[in-house]
Design a protein around this ligand. Structure first.
Ligand SMILES: Cc1cc2nc3c(=O)[nH]c(=O)nc-3n(C[C@H](O)[C@H](O)[C@H](O)COP(=O)(O)O)c2cc1C
Ligand code: SF4
Length: 480
């Protein structure tokens, strides 16, 4: 199947003028013409699902936010371009190629929901993308696209949780990236009255009666780029590509043990093997693919699953999930225990510690897996691993803990013999597998953010771990 270019242009769009010459701007015009009902119906008819990982139907999300608007205060539109998922680089690729289409989708949301503010949230370390977005915002303002709407860039921390939507709202409100209980459609960027926040039981929720708490709409950058295209071209055009339940295209990233790394856009439903071969050019000569993992959110798929359609329903039917379409490839030189440990270590360190099992069982799991990788474990340790996997997600406030459970569980299920080989002397200590976000991707090569390897579970880079979780540290640093 050919590579598509609906949201990832082959050549970067350098100016707003170029974007307009290529047909840009028609999505925003359509949003003004169609009005809220028409826009939301179009998105529902298109079947667009959010590209931030969970695949939540975009039209339904916009409808829910519309139903929870406050009569007193406008909602805020947040573009999630934090992109902290290991193995994923698609949002930065889209912003580098065409920031205008992302902004157009977000402004269409502002028009639809009567919002007066659009925030584009990226990690502060994304210098190149921040510069591009700021310049694009200047052009868009000058062109009159943003009348009545303030455009902001929020430069967030490097923590993985910054990308979790409620943690992102916390960061925008000036606090650390700790996920909330209330979703963005019930609790937007921040309260305007301090009295409201003085007691947990007193927090006002967004809704038609709310005076101080408007909702926020958070969508991923690729989702907003698709919104602009749908409004410009129509729902039928959008559905002409993809599958019934996964309409349109998906921008995939391929890294790991392939000849090259990269990002490209495919029709939903393209076989996984084709995505990996088209971008990655196969594994190194003499080696075979062992498994593929989409980010650190979904169960691994074995080599026998390469025919799986890259779609929400296809990946789920194969026992995994689509995630952000960031496929990390492992070849036959890989030690599954090291992959499990790499994922476990990343998620345990990145856990904020508001939920004890996520942090404590997560760290214990990472340590147990490290012992296994070093072949220093016995059968009892394997049982202890199973035990911690079963408890790590208990009472979890956000999805991170479930990710931990799902990924490690899948490795235990897929590679029992390889793991057992570490305890019965058939396999020696294996090298560590670094599972961390991508720093940059250029010339067919992804540079991993090795900085993460030194990060302590309290989110410092101190030589030793304080024993406190990030949530504990924040609490103990609050004045009495
Ligand atoms: C631990 C964690 C990290 C996340 N990181 C990101 C991220 O970097 N970018 C993103 O768009 N969504 C991320 N998400 C998903 C968001 O919470 C949210 O579902 C998404 O922004 C919604 O947009 P969508 O409906 O357009 O997909 C993350 C979720 C979790 C649990
Ligand atoms: S599940 Fe983990 S990462 Fe999520 S809020 Fe709880 S402790 Fe924090």
């Amino acid at each position: 199947m050919p590579v598509e270019s609906r949201v990832l242009t082959p050549e970067p769009v350098a100016t707003l003028g170029d974007y307009l010459r290529q047909g840009g701007g028609r999505g925003l015009d359509a949003a003004r013409r169609l009005g809220p009902t028409g826009v939301i119906e179009d998105l529902e008819a298109a079947g667009l699902r959010g590209r931030g990982g969970a695949g939540f139907p975009t039209g339904r999300k916009w409808r829910t936010v519309a139903e929870n608007l406050s009569p007193a205060m406008p909602a805020t539109i947040v573009v999630n371009a934090a992109e902290g998922e290991p193995g994923t680089f698609k949002d930065r690729a889209i912003v580098r190629a065409n920031p205008y289409q992302v902004l157009e989708g977000a402004l269409a949301a502002a028009v639809t929901l009567g919002s007066d503010g659009v925030i584009l949230a990226l990690k502060a370390t994304f210098h190149r993308e921040i510069a591009l977005v700021r310049a694009a915002m200047d052009e868009v303002r000058a062109a009159g696209w943003a009348e009545g709407v303030d455009l902001f860039v929020v430069e967030g921390p490097s923590e993985y949780l910054f990308g979790e939507e409620t943690a992102m709202l916390e960061v925008i409100a000036g606090r650390p990236p700790f996920p909330r209980v209330a979703p963005p459609f019930r609790h937007g960027v921040d309260e305007t009255g301090t009295a409201v926040a003085s007691a947990a039981s007193n927090v006002e929720m967004a809704g038609p009666e709310a005076q101080l708490m408007p909702p926020a709409l958070v969508n991923n950058a690729e989702t907003f780029a698709n919104v602009a295209a749908i409004l410009a071209e129509g729902a039928d055009w959008f559905r002409a590509v993809g599958t019934d339940q996964s309409t349109g295209t998906i921008v995939c990233t391929v890294t790991g043990h392939t000849r090259r790394h990269g990002v490209a856009e495919f029709p939903m439903g393209t076989p996984l093997g084709e995505v990996i071969d088209t971008i990655g050019g196969g594994t190194a000569p003499g080696h075979e693919l062992m498994a593929v993992m989409s980010g650190v959110a979904t169960p691994l798929l074995p080599a026998s699953a390469l025919d799986t359609p890259v779609s929400y329903e296809g990946m789920e039917a194969a026992g995994s999930g689509l995630g952000t379409g960031g496929f990390i490839v492992f070849d036959d030189t890989t030690d599954p225990a090291a992959v499990a440990q790499g994922v476990s270590h990343f998620l345990a360190v990145e856990s904020c510690g508001q939920c004890t099992p996520c942090k404590q069982d997560g760290l214990a799991l990472s340590q147990l897996l490290d012992g296994l990788r070093r072949s220093e474990s016995d059968r009892e340790a394997l049982a202890a691993i199973e035990d911690r996997v079963s408890t790590v997600s208990e009472r979890a406030r956000c999805y991170l803990a479930h990710q931990h459970q799902r990924v490690v569980e899948s490795i235990l299920r897929l590679f029992p013999d390889e793991l057992a080989a570490h305890v019965d002397g058939r396999r020696g200590a294996g090298r560590r597998e670094l599972i961390v976000p991508i720093l940059d991707l250029a010339d067919g090569h992804a540079v991993l953010d090795e900085h993460y390897a030194r990060k302590q579970p309290d989110w410092t880079f101190d030589d030793t771990y304080s024993g406190q979780s990030p949530a504990d540290r924040t609490e103990s640093s609050q004045p009495e």
